[in-house]
Design a protein around this ligand. Structure first.
Ligand code: CP
Ligand code: NVA
Length: 307
């Protein structure tokens, strides 16, 4: 089992299946008011280079609910790479806390922290990947349909969320079609990883420029912002490039039974209409809720299987 949770591609289908099963138990327990104290006395350090609502609150609340504690670190306090090297930060934190969760721009920074730290490091989003989101999404899909029977379309930017969703489908043997415009399709290295994993698992991974082709008859339609954190200056031209990829009433006519997914935050009226986001086929708040349960399962797995 890997020390860290940096990408779902490092984990097997059985391991991700175990995480999913525990997340489902934790969701039931939480909803019935039970708070298993499995991480009593454990501390999580959370480092955010970018804003966050869901990731911050679900990791902090998750640790507290499991009997542990979370410490918030901001780049202006810690200065990784300016005040101190990534190695020195990782070695210090390894002496004081039990696990690190980091949200960084550069994916190589989180890989470096994981390499240097003797404690587990969890990827809370990088420019390349968002694996905790993918685990919450797997849990959300599994509440409705056996993931191996499900068909998923991702429409929009081939970004970090698309990458982790694609890798998750590849590991788990699922079917996904990604519709993104030329120049914004998933990174070729991630496509290569997904293809290798799919050859083993039997997953079907397709990439197209045509949103209609991707969504036709699918069970789940997923979208994410056209302008990710760090790309704010590109927002105007991105709105034009991605306009044909909006998830709206006309597009979902091609998949009338589809459930709608979005990792949030949403830009209402851009990548998805408010009508659909708030409609009765929307799963967005289920996904947000499942961040809590999926991440508790990840924290338990990384911490308890090491002690
Ligand atoms: N989906 C997600 O990661 O949300 P935050 O950016 O608010 O953490
Ligand atoms: N792709 C988005 C996801 C936000 C949770 C971003 O990186 O900003």
């Amino acid at each position: 089992m890997p020390k860290d949770f940096l990408t779902v591609a490092d984990w097997t289908a059985d391991e991700l299946g175990e995480l999913l099963a525990r997340a489902q138990v934790l969701r039931r327990l939480h909803r019935s008011g039970e708070r298993p104290q499995t991480l009593q006395g454990r501390t999580l350090a959370m480092y955010f280079e970018k804003p966050s609502l869901r990731t911050h609150v679900t990791f902090e609340a998750g640790m507290e609910q499991l009997g542990g504690h979370a410490v918030l670190l901001r780049p202006e306090q810690v200065g990784i790479g300016t005040r101190e090297t990534p190695r020195d930060v990782a070695l210090n934190l390894s002496r004081w806390v039990d696990v690190i969760m980091a949200r960084t721009f550069s994916h190589s920074l989180i890989e470096q922290l994981a390499e240097e730290a003797s404690i587990p490091v969890i990827n809370g989003l990088t420019d390349l990947l968002h694996p905790c989101q993918a685990m919450a999404d797997l849990q959300t899909i599994a509440e409705i349909k056996d993931p191996r029977e499900a068909t998923v379309a991702y429409v929009g930017d081939g970004n970090n969320v698309a990458h982790s969703l694609m890798l998750l489908c590849a590991v788990m043997g699922m079917r996904i079609c990604i519709a993104a415009p030329e120049g914004h399709q998933p990174d070729v290295r991630i496509q290569g990883q997904a293809d290798t994993l799919a050859a083993r698992s039997g997953a079907e991974i397709k990439i197209t420029e045509d949103p209609a082709e991707a969504v036709a008859g699918v069970d789940f339609i997923y979208t994410d912002t056209w302008t990710s954190m760090g790309q704010e200056e590109e927002a105007d031209w991105r709105r034009q490039v991605f306009a044909p990829y909006q998830v709206n009433a006309k597009l979902v006519e091609l998949a009338p039974k589809a459930w709608l997914m979005h990792c949030l935050p949403a830009h209402r009226g851009e990548e998805i209409t408010s009508e659909l986001l708030d409609g009765d086929r929307s799963l967005v708040f289920e996904q947000a809720e499942n961040r809590l349960h999926a991440q508790k399962a990840i924290l338990e797995h990384l911490l308890l299987s090491r002690s």
